[in-house]
Design a protein around this ligand. Structure first.
Ligand code: COA
Length: 151
């Protein structure tokens, strides 16, 4: 598990683009990881030849004693191997150490993998946010809001 810097912005955008219909730009990620209220954790694989590749990341933002998961994604080719759970575990551990009491996130209720991951970590449904997901040629979809009490 590694920290992430602005130098990873291109990789973050690439991995994000594989997971979400509305990609974020590398410049968005560069700004986010430099923001003092944003935490970022990555999972990097080191090759035998010395080069390393980012396989996934999670970004979270905290204010006072609350935090929000901003985004999490794992390269498509590496999903289903426990990486998403490791990333979330590390993010939640860091937030706990920062004395964050409550962590929120928004998720598409149709995203079975993500919803199942969050439920297994103890996140509970707290409501929906209408018009959250813009969809081409269809009404915007509602997000499921989930919450985890950390302390
Ligand atoms: C969501 C995501 C980060 C999960 O990462 P991952 O590395 O594939 O997940 P893991 O292998 O660690 O699996 C963790 C848990 O997620 C759930 N899960 C993972 N893949 C699943 C699938 N295809 N169907 C149902 N549940 C699944 C399971 O609960 C799993 O726990 P288990 O292995 O004990 O059963 C990954 O699917 C992804 O990058 N998706 C695209 C981006 C995205 O949707 N992000 C979340 C937006 S809110």
């Amino acid at each position: 598990m590694v920290s992430i810097s602005g130098a990873d912005a291109d990789s973050l955008a690439e991995i994000h683009g594989e997971g979400f219909p509305k990609p974020w730009l590398a410049s968005d990620f560069a700004a986010l990881v430099q923001n003092r209220s944003v935490g970022a954790v990555g999972l990097r694989r080191q090759s035998a030849f010395g080069y390393s590749r980012l396989l996934g990341f999670v970004l979270f933002r905290s204010a006072a004693d609350e935090a929000e998961i901003l985004s999490i994604a794992v390269r498509r080719s590496h999903r289903g191997r426990g990486h998403g759970r490791l990333l979330m575990d590390e993010a939640l551990r860091r937030l706990y150490r920062e004395r964050i009491r409550t962590c929120f996130l928004e998720v598409d209720p149709d995203n079975a993998a993500a919803v199942s991951l969050y439920r297994s970590l103890g996140f509970a449904d707290v409501g929906t946010r209408k018009g959250y997901y813009q969809r081409q040629g269809a009404p915007a979809g509602a997000a499921l809001v989930m919450r985890l009490e950390l302390q």
